[in-house]
Each structure stands twice: as C-alpha cells, then as structure tokens.
Write a protein that binds this ligand. Sequence first.
Ligand SMILES: Cc1cc2nc3c(=O)[nH]c(=O)nc-3n(C[C@H](O)[C@H](O)[C@H](O)COP(=O)(O)OP(=O)(O)OC[C@H]3O[C@@H](n4cnc5c(N)ncnc54)[C@H](O)[C@@H]3O)c2cc1C
Length: 466
Amino acid sequence: MNKRHMTNLGWDDQADVVVVGGGGAGLRAGLAAATKGAKTIVLEKTGDPGGKTAMSIGIMTASGTSVQKAAGVRDSHARHLADVQAMAKEAGAKIDIGSTKFMMRVCSAELENLIGLGVKFSGPHPEGPHGTPRMHVVQPDCRHLVDVLVRRCAKKRVDIRLNTPGAELILDHKGQVAGVRADSTGGPRFVAAGAVVLAAGDYSANQAMVETVAPKLKLAMPLRDFATGDGHRMAMRIGARAQNMGRVNLPQLRFMDWPYVEPSPGLVGAGARLVTAKGARIKTKLAGSILMPGFEKNWEEIFIVIDAGCAAKLAMASDDVGPGRDGWARSGKPFIGTAPQVGYAYLEDCRAWDWHFEAKSMAAAARHIGCKPADLAASLAKNTSGPFHVLGPTRRVIANSGGGIATNEKTNVLAEDDRIIKGLYGAGVNARLISFMGGHGYALAWAMASGNIAGAGAAGHANRQL
Ligand SMILES: Cc1cc2nc3c(=O)[nH]c(=O)nc-3n(C[C@H](O)[C@H](O)[C@H](O)COP(=O)(O)OP(=O)(O)OC[C@H]3O[C@@H](n4cnc5c(N)ncnc54)[C@H](O)[C@@H]3O)c2cc1C
C-alpha cells in the first residue's frame, strides 16, 4: 500500500489506516493493520500510550485455551456457553447465542494470538459462578502488555503520535470516511485515511455525556480524565448508532494507586472496618458489602482497617491447591480483591503495594491515616488487637462506562439504520456487539480481539480503495 488515498483536499498527512486512541484496542488495531502492510498512524491524546488497558487488572476470561490445557483443565466453548446461559437466567438477562459464541471464539483465539506475541498468562484461576477455571491473568501486568504492543508496533513502523487527539471524522463527497482532523499542539492537522479505527476508550469522565445517558446516576469521580467519549462523539456526529449508553458502571471503591484493585465485599463480613481520613466509621447499608449504598455522600478518601482477628479469617497462599489461586474458593474465606499477576490478592500480596501499611499499634495506624487514635479506636471493634493492616486510600470512582458504538462482527461501525458506515471501524469500548456475558474479564479480551479484527479489516478496506 502506501499510495495517497485523497490528494486534492489539502491534507497535511496521509495513511492507509488512522487509529484514534492508543490504548489497548488502538495499539492492537495499529499492529494488525501494519501487519497487513498498511501505512498506519495511531493518534493518542495523552503523553503515554496504554489508556485504561495499562491500568487493568489483566483478567481475560476464555475457554479451551492452551493455558487451561497445560494445567490439565478440560474446557470447551460449549461448557462456557452453558455457564453463561445459567448466569443469564439467574440475572434475568436475554442473550443472543450467535454473538455469545462469536465472543467466546474470538476472545479465546486472541488470547492465543497474544501468547504468540510474547504475552504470558497465569491461571487458569477459578471464577465463580463459572463451573471451570477460566480466568487468565496477564503476566506480570497490563503495563507489560502495553509495552509488548508498543514494541511490536514500532517493529512494524506504526507511527504513534502522542499528545495528538483525534477531533473529527472527515467524509468525502460520497459520505465515506476519508480522514481525521487531529488537534496537535501545533494546531489542527488533517490526515487522509483509507480507513479509520475509533478506539478512544470510554466516556466516564464526560460529565455531560454521563448526565444525558444516565441522569439518575449520582456522579462519583472518574478514575481518569482522558475518558471523555471522543470516539463515541465522533461516530455519533456522522450518524453512527450508540447502544447501551445508559450502562455506566456503578461507582465503586478502588485504590487510587497501582494496582487499582476494587476491595472485595467479603472483607466487611470478615470484620474489616471502613473509616474516613478523620477516623470516622462508615457503615454500609448492605451487610458485608463494600458496594455503593452508604457511600453516596462520601467523596473523601476511605481507608480499610484489618485487625489481627480479621486477618486470620482471610484466605492465604497456603490455602491454594491449584491450578491458579483457588484457596479462597476452596475455603470460602475472603480475599482482598482481584489483582494483577495473582488473579486474587491475599493480604500477604498487599505488602508489595504502596497502599498497604502494617502498623503494630492502633496509634501507628491512626498516624498513617492522619486521624486521632481515639477517633480510630471508636471506629474499630471493642476487643480489637494488632497488628493492623491499613489499606488505602480508596475513593469512590466510576472506573468505566459500558455503552458503545454499534458494530457488526467485522467491527464495521453501523449507522442508525443499521447500514455500514464505509471506512469506519470500532475497537475496544468503541465497539459493542452484545450486552451480557456474565462475570468479568471480557472487556480486556474484547479490546484485544476487536482491535485485531478492526485493524485487519481497516487495512483491507484501505487497500480496496487504491
Ligand atoms: C482499574 C481497571 C481495571 C480493569 N480490569 C479489567 C480486567 O481485569 N479485565 C477486563 O476485562 N477489563 C478490565 N478493565 C476494563 C478494561 O481494561 C477496558 O475496558 C479496556 O482495556 C479498554 O480498552 P480500550 O482500548 O477500549 O480503551 P483504553 O485502554 O482506555 O484506551 C483509550 C485510549 O484512547 C485515548 N483517547 C481518548 N480520546 C482520544 C482522542 N480524542 N484522540 C486520541 N486518543 C484518545 C486515551 O487517552 C486512551 O489512551 C479494567 C478497567 C479499569 C479502569
């Protein structure tokens, strides 16, 4: 390829494929397009590639994989489908069997593709209510996954332009996507493209968009401010259909430093206490839960305090038999949260992370939190004893939004009337096929799988335009 697609519109630049967004899906799309021989530019709004993908825990749920086979776990898409159907029934959700099977097939195939690119996985770990261990976790973490993709892109001469947000799609006289306006620091640049892939991530930081699509949601803080739904906006502006836009994940507690773990609800049931930075206890309305109720008015930092009695009730590595981290599932004891590398973090893993502090005394715990010892003492159980593990701060955040641009299985973006918008592809959060898979671990797998499909499809489309 490499010929100019449009030469008469005063373009500043040209490529066969332009990808908007340099997170996981965008980098994977860039790599797939370049592997097909397309001259590829990836526009990334921030100074670092990776997006939410680089922050991700790294869980990919897949069936019939080589990782399962190596661990002696027998599994198939048919078993996986039966589990998803049971979960859908339990949740009262309807599923489309064809697209559910498609999702399983492409996500599992993509996991093998990533292994081929040099990405390693731990597991399979158990993941209720799946009947078979299917949780695969990127090793050592998703920052490494992003590094692998960036290195592979560099080898294929993908031009990754940092601090260069895509702003608008440009159509030719036939209404076909012909390029992108990019707003670099030097001013707008018009980039001609044989095809465009939108991979600009979610819209949880776009307050106006969230309020429009989910007016009842009480806003928490977004986890990252780059997630302003630019891909959604650019696509909708030229008539693309958005779907499930009201699905903004409920605000949840998350640690605000690496790794961005969501504390497990079981901790409260085991006796962990939640306190504000002033040491005041926060009681949840749901017994044994760290879910949203009880937190609506609390915007401040929240710490989780685990005393010796609570620590003894938590799962630990000696509970594991394998394959994967299964001690918590075997024993029924709570874990800290799903986490990079290990799948499920136990207290002993937390020592490696900045948000864990072990205090011999209540006074030391209070000093770490920044509150008066007497206030902390009033918030903990009467017969409490150390050592105390202080986890935090956490904040109440919206980690992701769940709606996307309607796409078909080839990731072509669809218009309101279901027509394919020629030359436009979606990937990751910007591409949505189905609404229910049950459990977690599909967003990352889909970001990778859809990026691969979109990049290859965009390269093919660009080639046909020459
Ligand atoms: C803390 C956390 C943990 C998670 N853990 C898991 C997990 O374990 N398993 C799982 O399945 N899912 C997980 N998810 C969700 C999953 O990581 C994401 O859904 C997925 O990685 C999104 O990939 P993406 O490429 O679509 O978006 P992103 O990776 O967010 O990439 C979007 C990129 O686009 C850029 N961008 C935005 N606007 C523009 C613009 N106008 N022009 C150019 N660039 C732009 C952004 O800066 C960003 O780099 C997690 C999410 C979070 C936040």
